[in-house]
Design a protein around this ligand. Structure first.
Ligand code: 3EB
Length: 329
């Protein structure tokens, strides 16, 4: 199994790998294990099951390993694991218990802020958000837009000092919990934008009352690129509506453009993704799996590790989204 060595901080480093999700690698060095589709053991707070079905084979877990000793704990509703330089935190909130997705997002983000502000790792670099039925509701009543309103309210003026990189994907398993997990660090990162895209936090009003609070990517320790969910958006508009392969191609151009921005910043040296890149591909329709996997094998540089999972994209006209990380060689 390839391993992606990400030098994430002067005092430490983290490695990401997609591993067999049924083997439950305990290991004292595990910071977090995100288990897509498969069951996660409930006796270890570092494991989180995300109910997104794997489409390209056996269930795999995205495992984040630290270099140094890891300590774990809980703080209110937050579970966390940390080493010297990094903290991985998780909140899972039942929407029904708090009054819906907007309230759940507000409370989750407020709780996250409360924990990170009082800890030694106050800089949130990267956040993942998963919740049910993301496209349900029309216009400003769409659940994704309510999520954006609640997220912004929970964040208040917090920018860490920039917005973290992020992913927001819809599950289709009917699980009523909002799942939010994040990577926070002792040192701030450098937020990057994509010159091909309008910054999400500057999206015009047509996409909702509150623009999405995230940066396109985060350069951690000036060497490691944490890439937000990226889709077939050019400027601020969705492109290639109805054509998944054209959307994939546009998405790969956006990813290359983000990598170029990181290179221009001196953060990475690679001119393309490769053996130190790990990508997660979210597909709205399972029936697109075969065509997309074939196109990925043809179009991605050799050595890139990727998994394909089922997930709804936050705009109903988008069929595919990709997030991931690229580490220093
Ligand atoms: C886009 O480019 C696609 O709301 O946190 C991608 C990544 C998207 C993160 C979020 C939304 C989010 O606008 C959607």
């Amino acid at each position: 199994m390839p391993e992606h060595v990400l030098a994430l901080a002067p005092t430490g480093a983290v490695r990401i790998a997609y591993e067999d999700a049924t083997r439950f690698p305990a290991g004292d060095d595990v910071l977090a294990a995100l288990c897509f589709g498969a069951r996660a053991p409930d006796d270890d707070p570092r494991w989180t099951r995300v109910g997104l079905r794997p489409l390209d084979g056996a269930a795999r877990a995205e495992v984040w390993r630290a270099r140094g000793p890891v300590t774990r704990g809980t703080h209110g509703v937050v579970r966390f694991a940390r080493d010297e330089a990094l903290t991985f935190g998780v909140i899972e909130l039942d929407e029904a218990a708090v009054g819906g997705i907007e309230a759940a997002a507000e409370q989750a983000y407020a709780a996250m802020l409360d924990v990170v502000r009082h800890g030694e790792h106050p800089h949130v670099l990267r956040i993942w958000n998963y919740f049910d039925a993301i496209n349900q509701g029309t216009g400003d009543d769409e659940r994704y837009r309510h999520f954006c309103v609640g997220r912004a309210r929970g964040l208040g003026t917090a920018r860490f000092p920039s917005f973290p990189a992020a992913t927001a994907i819809g599950r289709v398993d009917g699980d009523p919990r909002l799942q939010v997990y994040w990577l926070a660090a002792r040192e701030p990162g450098v937020a990057l934008e994509n010159p091909r895209q309008v910054s999400a936090f500057r999206y015009p009003r047509q996409y909702g009352p509150v623009s999405p609070s995230f940066s396109r990517a985060m350069l951690a320790d000036a060497r490691t690129l944490l890439i937000s969910g990226t889709a077939s958006v050019v400027g601020h508009e969705s492109h290639h509506v109805g054509d998944v392969l054209a959307q994939l191609h546009e998405t790969l151009r956006n990813l290359d453009s983000i990598l170029a921005a990181a290179r221009a910043h001196g953060g990475v040296t690679a001119t393309q993704f490769g053996a130190h890149s790990a990508l997660k591909v979210y597909l709205r329709h399972a029936e697109h799996t075969e065509a997309v996997c074939q196109a990925l094998r043809e179009q991605l540089p050799r050595g890139v590790d990727f998994i394909v999972i089922e997930g709804d994209i936050c705009r109903h006209d988008l069929l595919i989204e990709i997030d991931g990380a690229h580490g220093a060689a």
